[in-house]
Design a protein. Structure first.
Length: 393
């Protein structure tokens, strides 16, 4: 019965020039999301509203599921569109709508009519009153409540007449592409895909970098990261995933530096390399899944030492969250099942039994001098042999 959707979006902060940028990006992201659905759709922007019209048969549930992944949408209203064949017919259409949508029809209701076409013979107040009467006649157990109705029935008079009352919540946030681009350090864990999701939700386009350490990390571990990037891209749009071969750098650090500082020094090189790729690809910041105190390399002291290598801002959206809260988001967005697959991670291969939890920047820098001879060449080689995988959800 539904043939269209009215897309609601939060308008706060979307004034003036920003408004059309926001709306155009939202239209673009909706079109992208619907490409994954069966059926053809027209997405249009008219009079400050965005509509999705089905031009063919389509699967309602699948379409709603896709729309619920488009950041910027606050609500999805399934719409019944009827031809204008006079007011009596409209009354019948509204009665059929209520009968189909609310089978027990005992609710309170209010009608909110809106004339986008002023040549309609009745004005909004008259439509509200007349249709209210028609509904009460048809469903004697229903009552009008203008203050807090169970059903707020919208009637929009356009070329066709739109009838809707259901609002399916959208994900909120801002359309991807309205807020620049960030480089996500994506590992195979639980945290970093959630971090990418959260920053994408604020309108940021996401590229990603994964540090791969074959043969210590397997092809399956890499595939897991590709799969996670794919899941993130269901929300964030296409993700350019850069895979860096990190083994030689890791081995060199292992050989030259104290083992309790290995993780922290390795993290500093990951950030350095990620920043280089970020700058080359126009990203405005790095994004990680770090959270204070989660592991030794994420104490305040360790984060300060890791951060010191970067000039770009580093966004850590999970910084104040408990693991359980992060797990809940990962379950909600569908990355959890993939994240917990048991493939090794390059950070866990060489970890010391007792990594430093309060690294001293001066001492770390002194030990990094042990790397002077070859590290620049190794970093250069890693960048030159980087592999690019374009991932679409
Ligand atoms: P995650 O669950 O995201 O792997 P974690 O709790 O395992 O995080 P760490 O291994 O210390 O924590 O990594 C902290 C952050 O560093 C990750 O959230 C991610 O952003 C980045 N990171 C770690 N390992 C890699 C890797 N191999 N490739 C890319 N980024 C990585
Ligand atoms: Mg990890």
């Amino acid at each position: 019965m539904f043939t269209s959707f009215l897309i609601k979006y939060a308008e706060i902060g979307v004034k003036g020039k920003n408004r059309y940028l926001f709306e155009d990006a939202l239209v673009r992201q909706i079109r992208y999301a619907l490409k994954k659905c069966d059926g053809t759709f027209a997405v249009s922007k008219t009079q400050g509203r965005i509509y999705v019209d089905a031009l063919s048969e389509f699967d309602f549930d699948e379409t709603v599921e896709q729309l619920r992944k488009v950041f910027g949408i606050s609500g999805i209203c399934p719409v019944v569109a009827v031809e204008d064949q006079g007011f009596t017919q409209l009354g019948k259409d509204v009665v059929s709508y209520i009968a189909a949508t609310y089978p027990d029809h005992k609710q309170t209701f209010k009608i909110a009519a809106r004339r986008a076409r002023k040549n309609y013979p009745l004005d909004s107040m008259e439509i509200n009153a007349e249709l209210g009467g028609v509904i009460l006649d048809a469903f004697p157990e229903m009552r009008v409540d203008v203050h807090s109705p169970d059903i707020l029935l919208h009637i929009e008079i356009r070329e066709k007449i739109f009838i809707y009352s259901v609002i399916i919540p959208g994900p909120g946030g801002m359309p991807v592409g309205t807020n620049g681009k960030g480089m996500l350090l994506l590992s195979g864990g639980i945290d970093s895909p959630v971090a990418g999701y959260m920053i994408a939700k604020r309108g940021v386009k996401i590229d990603a970098v994964y540090f791969h350490a074959p043969p210590y990390t397997s092809e399956r571990a890499k595939q897991k990261v590709v799969d996670l990037a794919k899941l993130v891209s269901c929300y964030a749009g296409p993700v350019y995933l850069h895979v860096i071969h990190f083994t030689d750098i890791q081995m060199y650090i292992y050989e030259k530096c104290p083992h309790d500082e290995l993780t922290i020094i390795m993290r500093r090189y990951m950030m350095k390399i990620a920043e280089k790729i970020a700058v080359d690809t126009g990203c405005l910041g790095l994004i990680t899944g770090e959270s204070i105190g989660q592991v030794a390399s994420q104490t305040m002291h360790s984060l300060a030492v890791t951060n010191e290598v970067c000039e770009l801002p580093v966004y850590r959206p999970l910084i104040g969250m408990d693991k359980q809260e992060i797990v809940e988001i990962s379950e909600k967005i569908g990355t959890y099942e993939t994240s917990i697959l048991p493939y090794e991670d390059c950070c866990t291969i060489f970890v010391a039994k007792h990594p430093v939890t309060k690294p001293n920047l001066g001492i770390i820098k002194k030990h990094e001098k042990n790397l002077a001879q070859e590290i620049d060449t190794l970093v250069q080689t890693a960048l030159e042999t980087k592999e690019l995988i374009v991932v679409e959800g």
